[in-house]
Design a protein. Structure first.
Length: 212
């Protein structure tokens, strides 16, 4: 891995796809909810769940936390594993309301390292979810790694297939400028590439923009 490798990948993807405007949400809190609901499901299913929460006028920390796990689960059925995700969401909301009084501004003032440790201490919040909240909702400069990132980088011999989340993240953050906008756009572009070209099975390598 090197800065030139990553820079070339980013430039080619940006030239091909253009800006991705990710994360698609109307508020930072909506991003947080989406980051938790999107675990093990497609974004279309998450959008349906969030649309339903908005329709029922429930998309606020206090209103969601006032619901039981069972009732919250009914409102997010479309995102799959809804009772598990309802419990995880309530765990996060409990932390958010008690620690930061439900205030995005108050939470965003906290240092990145402390915030990340706090988020990872919440039952059901893993590294990818925590980092998505930090980057996309709180504008903290941290590189989000997912299965798509690993697939693309390993196929281009930048990492080994068994590289860990922490190893891939460290490589990216060591070689890229510490820039929230760059981390945001790069991750979104990698997701786009994986969904359209670098498929898990039957990848469209000959048409891949990285081959140009």
């Amino acid at each position: 891995m090197s800065y030139n490798n990553l820079k070339k990948i980013y430039e080619k993807l940006f030239e091909h796809f253009g800006p991705q405007h990710w994360w698609p949400a109307e508020s930072a809190f909506e991003v947080m909810v989406g980051a938790i609901l999107t675990q093990n499901t497609s974004w279309n299913n998450v959008e349906r769940a969030i649309k339903n929460l908005k329709k029922e006028k429930l998309l606020s920390p206090q209103k969601l936390y006032s619901l039981s796990v069972a009732k919250l689960g009914l409102h997010i059925r479309s995102c799959g594993y809804y009772n598990i995700k309802a419990e995880r969401l309530r765990n996060f909301l409990s932390f958010f309301l008690k620690k930061y009084k439900g205030s995005i501004k108050r939470m965003a003032k906290q240092k990145l390292a402390i915030l990340r440790k706090e988020l990872l201490s919440i039952k059901g919040i893993g590294k990818e979810t925590a980092d998505s909240i930090l980057l996309y909702a709180l504008n903290k400069p941290i590189f989000v790694v997912d299965a798509y990132t690993k697939r693309i980088f390993s196929r281009h011999n930048l990492i080994s297939e068994d590289a860990t989340y922490d190893e891939v993240q460290k490589l990216c953050m060591d070689w890229l400028p510490t820039d929230t906008s760059l981390f945001n756009e790069f991750h979104a572009l990698l997701v786009k590439l994986a969904k359209e070209y670098c498929l898990k099975s039957k990848p469209r390598c000959q048409r891949c923009p990285l081959k140009k």
